[in-house]
Write a new protein. Structure first.
Length: 628
């Protein structure tokens, strides 16, 4: 029994773990780890031995010129060498050169390059110093470390089961933990049809159960070890979504688009699980916002099931500046000294104040080369148009240069000296002579009404960019073709002239009527041959007709058609003049009272009985009658 004990006890030295020597060769390590010149590197590792530099600016820098890792005494530089827990250091043999009285010490002992230093414990600290106390450098070229490994044991590994949705990914390293530093690799050992694996990233492809193996390599005093975990690939139905964090911005100006920054949308599934799905959401409206947009609808779709949530927003209406000045030098900057303007040079929309300006006949309109104004020549036109929802209230011209001013003729309203006043969506001026214009001050007002001018002829054509209510005392008609020589005017009976619609208006009293702007969305519901003409100019159609006294329509001979009027586009019709009927209305060129009374009583359009008719439109025996 004693002999057996002796054999076992004596054999322990034979079975002891052999010492391990690891050498950090700076040139080889730097090359393998892409160390670059004059860059600070604070750590290195060879096998299970760690090397850590401590110091400030220069300590731990690598220099390619001599393949050295440098430590500076003035920075209280130290080099700490560590081995795994359970191991014991035996010796350290540094190879180095010195400069500026540099020294290397371990504790109180000086260290000589190439000499082995006896050390102990799991770490040892070497100090870079100098005989003078302030200078000194140590340049390591190699460090050899010998240690006695501790007894190897299995690492304590935890690899938890988990789950992942179809189409989503799971980082397996979040389920794995170990007290070993050994490299970990993952592999699928069962259920490969339900998921794919790339590195540590598992992607669910179909509902099912996947077995994943985690293999950790040996490291330090730890053995290699393999463990497994079960990952469930699930695909629960989408139950709902909610905006769990509101977006940073919820108040907008008209024309802006919704900004989802800061918003968090959380989806809840049938298994009560939740997921941040913000990045996969869409929303409506996605374009320019208007004051009528009080909320944004956020949508998320999973497996063809879509759920929505709403986010309240406020959209402030755009407020048009009511007074702006258009500098004419803005028109021609960059066009060249004295160069005739062409389409590419003419002003379009001045974005900061939204007033549109257009000049025609560019071949005779040019910038003045020595001053900030533009010369507009005879035969040209210049148009100013307000943005939607506004009317031009006044235009004040400022002349430039020699103050040449040949008053242009406005398409509507009047021009007093250099000031136009009125109320219109746009105003066009035709130049009868040269004008030197430096700037134009434009005053706008919110559009609430449009003027309808009816002259002594009692008839006029009309169109507007806005829907308007037909004023009391005015009758409005749209046109349909009867034959090659006549058109039929049909009365609008619902009380509204739709926006961008050409009409003919009648009143027995010649005056300017105020037509209130409305927003009912009125439409004619039938074909209308009258086209709106919102900006003064010449229509491009080959054959068109404008309203003349009678009423009748005459074939156009060209020229400028005023803004706010309407015309007939009858391509293929060549008659010089078109007659008008009212779908059964009788036209009477001459009539006396006794002849008229024989046919019955007559009433005006207001429904009042008229004892003696004059020129105008009346109702007799249920039919409309024109007395000319």
């Amino acid at each position: 029994m004693l002999l057996l004990f002796a054999l076992v006890a004596g054999s322990s030295s034979v079975w002891a773990t052999d010492n391990v020597t690891e050498t950090l060769t700076i040139s080889d390590y730097a090359s393998a780890n892409s160390w670059s010149n004059n860059t600070k590197y604070t750590s290195a590792k060879v096998g299970d031995v760690s090397f850590t530099a401590s110091g400030s600016t220069n300590t731990g820098k690598y220099y390619t010129s001599d393949d050295t890792w440098r430590f500076y005494a003035g920075e209280s530089a130290t080099l700490t060498i560590s081995v795994p827990t359970g191991s014991t250091l035996v010796s350290v043999t540094p190879t180095f050169t010195t400069k500026d009285n540099g020294t290397l010490s371990y504790g109180s002992s000086s260290v000589t390059s190439g000499s082995a230093v006896s050390v102990s414990g799991t770490s040892a600290v070497f100090n870079a110093g100098s005989s003078s106390g302030s200078t000194g450098k140590v340049f390591f070229t190699a460090i050899s470390v010998t240690y006695t490994p501790g007894e190897k044991t299995d690492p304590a590994i935890t690899f938890n089961d988990g789950s992942v949705r179809v189409g989503k990914t799971l980082n397996l390293s979040t389920l794995f933990s170990s007290n070993s530093e050994g490299t970990v690799t993952y592999s699928i050992t069962a259920g490969g049809s339900y998921a794919t694996l790339a590195g540590s990233t598992l992607t669910g492809t179909a509902e099912g159960s996947v077995t994943v193996q985690a293999s950790q390599a040996a490291a330090g005093n730890f053995n290699a070890k393999t463990v497994t975990a079960t990952i469930s690939v699930i695909d629960p139905a989408l139950s709902s979504i909610a905006i769990t964090t509101a977006p940073t911005k919820t108040t907008y100006d008209e024309g802006e688009v919704f900004d989802a920054t800061g918003m968090v949308v959380t989806a809840t599934y049938a298994d009560a699980s939740e997921e941040d799905v913000t990045a996969s959401c869409t929303w409506s409206p996605s374009g320019a916002l208007t004051p009528s947009d009080v909320e944004v609808t956020v949508s998320f779709t999973h497996n063809a099931v879509t759920k929505t949530a709403t986010q309240a927003i406020t959209v402030n209406p755009y407020v048009q500046p009511l007074s702006v000045t258009i500098d004419m030098n803005y028109v021609w900057l960059g066009s060249g000294n004295g160069k005739n303007l062409d389409a590419g040079d003419l002003p379009v929309v001045k974005n900061d104040d939204h007033v549109t300006t257009t000049i025609t006949d560019g071949t005779s309109t040019r910038p003045r080369g020595d001053a900030d104004y533009i010369r507009v020549y005879q035969g040209s036109t210049i148009t100013f148009a307000a943005p939607v929802g506004y009317c031009i209230k006044s235009l004040v011209f400022t002349t430039g240069g020699s103050n040449t001013w040949n008053a242009p003729t406005p398409s509507n309203g009047s021009l007093s000296t250099k000031t136009w006043t009125g109320k219109a969506p746009s105003v066009t001026f035709k130049l009868s002579g040269t004008c030197f214009i430096a700037s134009v001050a434009v005053t706008l007002e919110v559009a609430t009404a449009i003027n309808i001018d009816i002259t002594a002829a009692n008839w006029a054509s009309f169109s507007s960019a806005y829907e308007v209510e037909i004023p009391t005392g005015v009758t409005a008609y749209y046109a349909q073709q009867k034959d090659a020589e006549n058109v039929t005017l049909k009365e609008i009976t619902d009380g509204y002239i739709p926006a961008n619609t050409g009409v003919v208006v009648y009143s027995a009293t010649a005056k300017t009527y105020t037509a209130n702007i409305t927003t009912t969305g009125a439409t004619l519901g039938e074909t209308n041959l009258l086209k709106p003409w919102l900006t003064a100019g010449t229509p491009t159609e080959g054959t068109y007709y404008t309203l003349a006294a009678g009423p009748k329509f005459k074939k156009s001979s060209g020229g400028i058609l005023a803004a706010g009027k309407a015309y007939l586009d009858l391509t293929g019709v060549s008659a010089p003049e078109l007659g008008v009927d009212f779908g059964g209305t009788t036209g009477i060129n001459a009539v006396n009272g006794s002849e008229f009374k024989v046919n019955g009583e007559y009433y005006n359009l207001a429904g009042q009985r008229v004892a003696q008719p004059t020129k105008g439109l009346y109702i007799v025996n249920g039919k409309k009658v024109i007395i000319k």
